[in-house]
Design a protein around this ligand. Structure first.
Ligand SMILES: [Zn+2]
Length: 581
């Protein structure tokens, strides 16, 4: 149905109007014109996940019509419509499910397919439309939507706000917020950013200065990186108490969770880093997700991985004292491996037959393995080619939709030697990870990979191997493009550290002498990343019974007292030792 409808209907506009009463229990009356061009002569199906009684009247091209209401769909028979341009007018009572109505404010949250619970629409991400909105609210309320308000009129205790036309948006990014809010604005280089909030603690509100700085620096970085100006009419932040996510990237009207924005007096560096990452993440969505949107929710991960990946790049510059590579290993790689070594793991890209199940796709693989894959993709093709490819992708699909394969097509042309199609086939469309054995044989370092699920596939990736000699340590870069790599060695090392720079993804296997070396010496390794990687390797060896629980826990206890990254590394170490017992 989604495919047929997408092919059939073009140039979609919604003119929406809602009358918001002061009491949250009172119904919200809605009116809308849905305007579209229709190609075929088949019936038109409009989504509305509500009761039939909420539909008051429907007219098509000015004439009142009968309609069928079935399985959350309003079906308008073909003979009630014309080929070409049609105007369907619907009077309805808005469903409350996605309106988050509170005592003196409300906000919409339509992701992934919940716009249909509030108003009748074509609720699928590839049917982008232009929206205009009229809100009637109590006179003291402030309203925000995706674009500027064109006109505000007060009539007694009512206010009518008319918003300018949006750029083409998918239904899940259309949004409005209205209620009692404070507002602060900041203008830099001709760009105005507004923050709406309900916070009353002046010390917290004073943090808006930092928040504005982080918004402006994120926009600036993204405009440079993408070579494309900020794509929407404005940038507003609406900071909401008890918001269900960290943020939501409604084009031009981004919702943020107040606890993540307004930090306590004793905020930790991690919380401050988290706020910057969140702002950078939501801002990156304005290009990746909002300007170019996935065709279908099976590619929902592309917008999330881009937002996380670019947010990490933006944040790195702002927090130069933090070891971001170590954080990446701990935040993403460890969790990705934890899921990927289980039998229930799945590929990054999954099939999604019905949009209703879109929420089920989110999990460790999307949140944690997809960024690992993205880092490998950039490494595989080179940073400059990666950036140029992304710029071309944004240009080609501006205000349109694209799939992951569309992106790979573009990136592939930037560096044909990188074999990105093969790369994507394995990393994105297949599940699991390789087992990588690293050994020294006949004066050569031999690294070979093996598909644990027996499909015979190869994971293209780069990482380094550490060679430990009596009085020195050396790292060797490995470019793994095939099943095995062999590098001749001048001198034979005493021990091997398999994933020296932590860039390798998989289950690493080394000889038993090198494993003992890791157990006895992990705490003396100076490089934080290598130490973390070795600990992950010890854990992997324990899971595959190559190291006993006892020798593993003894080794960990031996080093725990001198480990300097005490906050979370040790936290997880303690937990790990506890689990062994
Ligand atoms: Zn996101």
């Amino acid at each position: 149905m989604a495919k047929l409808r997408k092919d059939d209907l073009k140039d979609i506009h919604y003119h929406l109007s809602f009358n918001i009463p002061i009491h949250k229990e009172t119904d919200i009356a809605g009116e809308e014109d849905i305007i579209f061009h229709r190609k075929s002569t088949s019936d038109v199906v409009i989504d509305f996940k509500a009761k039939e009684s909420q539909i008051k009247e429907i007219t098509t091209n000015g004439k009142k019509v009968m309609f069928l209401f079935k399985n959350e769909h309003i079906i308008i028979a073909s003979d009630k419509l014309k080929q070409g341009k049609n105007i369907v007018h619907i009077s309805f009572i808005a469903g409350n499910k996605s309106l988050n109505r509170n005592e003196d404010y409300l906000y919409t949250l339509f992701v992934p397919e919940r716009a249909r619970t509030t108003f009748p629409c074509f609720d699928q991400p590839d049917m982008k439309a232009i929206f205009t909105l009229k809100l009637e609210t109590p006179a003291t309320w402030k309203s925000v939507s995706n674009t500027y308000s064109l006109k505000e009129t007060k009539i007694k205790d009512q206010k009518v706000v008319l918003f300018a036309e949006t750029k083409p948006l998918p239904t899940y990014l259309f949004s409005f917020v209205t209620g009692k809010f404070e507002k602060k604005s900041c203008t830099r280089n001709g760009r105005l950013v507004n923050a709406y909030y309900r916070e009353t603690d002046s010390a917290k509100v004073a943090q808006l200065g930092t928040i504005f700085n982080e918004v402006f620096s994120s926009i600036h970085w993204l405009e440079e990186y993408t070579a494309m100006p900020y794509p929407f009419a404005k940038y507003d932040l609406i900071i909401l108490p008890g918001f269900q996510f960290g943020g939501m990237e409604h084009a031009g009207a981004i919702l943020y969770n107040d606890k993540r924005m307004f930090l306590s007096d004793h905020s930790t560096p991690d919380e401050e880093l988290g706020r910057m990452e969140l702002i950078a993440h939501e801002t990156a969505h304005m290009w990746f997700g909002d300007l170019v949107t996935m065709k279908w929710f099976n590619d929902v991960w592309t917008k999330e991985v881009f937002a996380n990946y670019l947010a990490a790049k933006i944040t790195e510059k702002q927090f130069p004292d933090i070891n971001h590579k170590l954080n990446f290993l701990k935040a993403y790689q460890m969790f990705a491996l934890a899921e990927d070594r289980t039998e229930g793991t799945h590929p990054i890209q999954q099939q999604l037959d019905n949009l209703q199940n879109a929420g089920l796709l989110y999990g460790n693989i999307i949140y944690d393995k997809a960024p690992v894959m993205m880092r490998k993709l950039e490494q595989q093709m080179g940073s400059d080619a990666f950036k140029q490819g992304l710029q071309k992708y944004l240009k080609k699909y501006t205000f349109d939709n694209a799939t992951w394969d569309d992106l790979i097509d573009i990136l592939d042309k930037e560096n044909p030697q990188a074999n990105l199609k093969e790369f994507s086939e394995v990393w994105v469309k297949q599940k699991g990870m390789p087992e990588i054995s690293v050994k020294v044989e006949n004066h050569s370092l031999i690294i070979s990979q093996h598909d644990l699920l027996g499909r015979g596939i190869n994971w293209k990736q780069r990482f380094s191997v550490g060679l430990v000699y009596n009085d020195s340590m050396k790292s060797v870069d490995i470019n793994m493009q095939e099943q095995s790599v062999s590098i001749s060695l001048e001198a034979l090392p005493s021990y091997i550290i398999p994933n020296y720079d932590g860039m390798g993804y998989g289950k690493f296997i080394v000889d038993s002498v090198s494993t003992s070396y890791q157990l006895n010496n992990w705490m003396n390794i100076k490089e934080d990343i290598t130490r973390q990687s070795v600990l992950m390797n010890i854990y992997e060896s324990y899971l595959s019974h190559r190291v006993s629980a006892e020798s593993c826990s003894n080794a960990l206890l031996k080093g725990i007292s001198i480990e300097k990254n005490c906050t979370d590394s040790i936290g997880s170490l303690r937990l790990f030792i506890f689990c062994l017992f």
